[in-house]
Design a binder for this molecule. Structure first.
Ligand SMILES: C[S@@+](CC[C@H](N)C(=O)[O-])C[C@H]1O[C@@H](n2cnc3c(N)ncnc32)[C@H](O)[C@@H]1O
Length: 264
């Protein structure tokens, strides 16, 4: 198995892998620029590149099932081309309770190319029946969200943790901007439960990162645990390589303690 160390994870295109099993700065990898370039480049074709595989793997069903739980003011982090936009159930006019549906959607991504596609899709959908009343698009890093504490009822991320420099840091930020008792919904991919599949993922990960800007061999359970998230439900699919989580944010005191342990 190739070495896993933070020092080794620079640039991410050689035979090194991102650090994923260090307790304090788990998942930190200085590969963000390379990842952003990969997504900027693939943005115009991204939907057609991944569409068939997603259909074949039943990922649309998982997206629909998970994101249908979104309510109230929703933040989607690492939104990509807004592939989830049709799965958010819009609240009726004059809704007063989050449980009535989604009242606003904020889409965040670090790649301008992906955000351009997301904005185009949001505009296209804006006149259709059941469209979301308010959609805003923000270019930002998931690890440093320019958003207020407790601003959202629901925070969602699908297939984002695999591309981020610091996935634990991003989950801490998602918890900060989620209101206490709110929902954090995650659909992610990473190492599986079968050794032979994990061997394949480990060996091909650097090549996959170079092409797609994503490390598909991260240990998502370990990342979630390190972030302090309170797990309400969790399931794994596709030999354990697809992870579906419904969580609640940890308390402010717990988040502060994790941050100070990480030195931030
Ligand atoms: C595999 S794509 C997933 C896109 C979308 N969530 C989906 O489900 O189709 C990963 C996305 O994460 C974004 N991303 C990577 N690192 C990020 C970061 N640190 N902050 C915000 N977005 C990031 C990329 O630009 C890309 O759009």
């Amino acid at each position: 198995m190739p070495p896993r160390s933070n020092a080794a994870a620079s640039g991410g295109t050689s035979s090194t892998l991102p650090a994923i099993d260090l307790p304090d700065d788990m998942g930190v990898c200085a590969c963000g620029e390379a990842s952003r370039r990969a997504f900027d480049n693939s943005a115009p074709e991204y939907d057609s590149l991944v569409g068939q595989e997603e259909l074949f793997m039943g990922l649309r069903l998982l997206r629909w099932w998970l994101l249908g739980k979104s309510e109230g003011r929703v933040l989607e982090v690492a939104c990509g081309t807004a592939r989830n936009i049709d799965y958010f159930r819009a609240a009726p006019d004059g809704a007063t309770e989050p449980s009535q549906g989604v009242t606003s959607l904020t889409l965040v991504d670090a790649s301008q190319g992906m955000l351009d596609e997301a904005r185009r899709k949001a505009r296209e959908r804006s006149t259709s029946r059941g469209a979301l009343a308010e959609v805003r698009v923000v270019k930002a890093s998931a690890e440093a969200l320019p958003l207020d504490d407790g601003e959202f009822d629901t925070v969602a991320d699908t297939f984002g943790l695999c591309s981020m420099d610091d996935p634990v840091g991003a989950l801490l930020e998602m918890q900060r901007v989620c209101k206490p008792g709110g929902k954090i919904l995650l659909l992610e991919h990473g190492i599986g439960t079968w050794e032979f599949i994990n061997g394949l993922l480990e060996r091909s990960a650097p090549k996959h990162f170079a092409k797609w800007g994503c490390w598909y061999n991260r240990d998502v359970d370990a990342i979630v645990k390190a972030s302090g998230l309170r797990v309400v439900s969790r399931s794994r699919w596709h030999f354990g390589t697809t992870y579906v989580y419904e969580c609640e944010p940890a308390s402010k005191a717990e988040l502060d303690a994790i941050r100070s342990r990480r030195g931030g």
